[in-house]
Design a protein around this ligand. Sequence first.
Ligand code: CA
Length: 504
Amino acid sequence: MLIKRVFAAFAALMITLASCSASALSAPARDDIATEKIVFNNPDFIRGMDVSSVLSLESSGVSFKNAEGKTEDIFKLLSDSGVNYIRVRVWNDPYDSEKNGYGGGNSDVAKAARIGRRAAENGMKLLVDFHYSDFWADPSKQKAPKAWEGLSLSEKAVKLSEFTKSSLTEIKNAGADIGMVQIGNETNNGIAGESGFDSMAVLFGAGARAVREFDGSALVALHFTDPENADAMKWIADTLAEKKVDYDVFASSYYPYWHGSLDNLTDVFSYISDTYGKYTMVAETSYAYSLDDFDGHGNTVSRWNNSSGENLLWSFTPQGQANEVESVMKAVNSVGEKGLGVFYWEGAWITVGDVSGLSGDEYNKKLAENKSLWESFGSGWASSFSVEYDPDDAGVYCGGSAVDNQAFFDKNGQALPSLNVFKNVLTGSLCEDVLSGDADGSNEVNINDATLIQLALINRAELGADALLRADVDRDLDVDINDATLIQRYLARYNDGFGINTKR
Ligand code: CA
């Protein structure tokens, strides 16, 4: 009997591979991502999201939809889903001499102001993330803005202070509720073209003073990365104290692909909060809900890149994505009252045009359309115009989104069920009474379910709405061959963590 059924499944798979029928059936959205309740030690725990590219995406024709497919303002969607804080980066002048944008959202002060206003209209505070550069600043580059080239350290400190104050004033006057200001982005090795903590401390101090003078209640954050190197992180905190740098929040990026264990993160943060009384916070994290690419620009996390490792404890599904966010929040909460919160990085940076499933001329045509949108509206990570400012990196490798598979919206802009993690952590959420994988509704998951899915994909069986819900094992809102494969792997005792047995 068993052999017959396996053979049937095998035969169906062969038919599927040999035919050109529907590769996927749309499955209904489910909001039953399982989330544990977190009792936050800090009542104002930040459940934040960076959406710095969102205006460029909207200009490129992208719209965002709720789980039922209805178009809504993304800021309302985020707020309704429990996000309480928006983070936005600011570049001084991300334009070339012809006023063409460098890309990455062309994230200037005016855009931050518009994003801040929309966040405030939906009840969310704003973290302004100054890079003090005209384009991406991270541990490998901290290039001064064009206008500051050749200035001395003290002249730069004056410019940095003026820019901070004037930008914050413009953003506030637009209606934003500025709760926190970041003096630099991932400044382990420098800031605004200066390196060495003696010089960096001068610029941190100038930024902090500008924020204090602008609004005494806004928190001053400094941002570093590579927390897996615990000694280096502690050394930074010790050095900041030694140089008497004024700040409130020690923030770090935490990408589980590269940044060590969550226990280590908690240990590092606890040392800093306990020793120096500073808040600690994750300023950036993210996790892939899929290993596919949708825009024709390779992703930082794909089947071939960064998709395995000892710290990747979660499946690459919406459920896994939600669990990652929940786990990072728990790790920061374990610090205690000084564990301030978590921001997800660019949870809305989806594709401007779907290339998945296309090939040959069709693929090339769509990719050319996408490239044109990235160039025109800055909706890719870098445009070719950035070559003037960053000739070695962005100018050469320019293109689209490397994180469209890490957003909380699918390739069509529809909210994934994982978005609800931001509110579900407040109450906890149980799965609905749905047995994932039980496509035929027999109350158990067996090979018949995989076979039924395969038959449905070649139009030899029909799945009703309830069946589609149960058959969408990886919860990516499609029923496709991956779901059948997951059932087969589950039956073969592979542990993908897809929660087939999560009926509660
Ligand atoms: Ca991509």
